[in-house]
Design a binder for this molecule. Structure first.
Ligand SMILES: Cc1cc2nc3c(=O)[nH]c(=O)nc-3n(C[C@H](O)[C@H](O)[C@H](O)COP(=O)(O)O)c2cc1C
Length: 185
């Protein structure tokens, strides 16, 4: 499928069927992510695939603890946006999705942060092509998750991407028009 069609079709999904996609499909998507460009070609990323229910439950417990604190303190525009969409501290997708892909950036490399997020972009489109759904979940204090799963020093958790088949009827959110976001000089 053309990349434009994939980008237009892709949307965030927060509810998953319990059937697990084949592990090969996850690996295929990561084959795409690893082709992303990176500063100095350092490829400063690591992808941890979690399918073990007890590890997923532990990650969910840590994240929901952090989310409770976050939701107690959130204010302003972000608070309104979350409320309108009925979001809460509960993150069932962290244990319900068959897989969690934890994406780490390896902080000793130049441009590690930008490079890792480009790989996340590649991964999002690759998953879409494979008809797999995900959400780019960003826990409030990723350091706490790194500690809980004993991540190696310097491996900075960027996102936890639950992956599976969609059970979420949510529509695609609208995008701004090209004229609003592009200018020429
Ligand atoms: C950097 C980043 C952080 C995000 N963090 C979260 C998150 O913590 N929880 C969540 O439910 N969605 C998260 N999202 C998903 C966005 O809410 C979603 O992409 C956006 O609302 C547009 O919707 P769409 O992806 O369906 O087009 C995040 C997305 C990005 C790119």
């Amino acid at each position: 499928m053309h990349v434009l069609e994939l980008a237009k079709r892709r949307k965030t999904v927060r509810k998953f069927l319990s059937d697990a996609p084949p592990k090969d499909a996850i690996l295929k998507a990561l084959e795409v992510a690893k082709e992303a460009p990176s500063g100095m070609n350092a490829q400063p990323w690591h992808f941890l695939i979690v399918s073990n229910p007890s590890t997923k439950a532990k990650i969910r417990e840590v994240c929901e603890g952090l989310e409770r604190e976050f939701y107690r303190n959130v204010k302003g525009e972000l608070a309104d946006w979350l409320k309108e969409r009925d979001f809460s501290w509960k993150k069932p997708f962290l244990s319900e999705a068959p897989y969690l892909i934890l994406v780490f950036g390896i902080a000793k490399y130049p441009y590690w942060l930008q490079s890792t997020w480009i790989a996340v972009g590649y991964l999002l489109l690759a998953l879409e092509e494979l008809n797999l759904a995900t959400v780019t979940y960003t826990p409030p204090k990723p350091r706490k998750v790194e500690e809980a799963i004993k991540a190696p020093k310097g491996y900075k958790l960027q996102t936890i991407m639950p992956v599976g088949y969609s059970a979420d009827p949510k529509p695609k959110y609208e995008r701004k028009k090209l004229e609003e976001i592009v200018s020429f000089v």
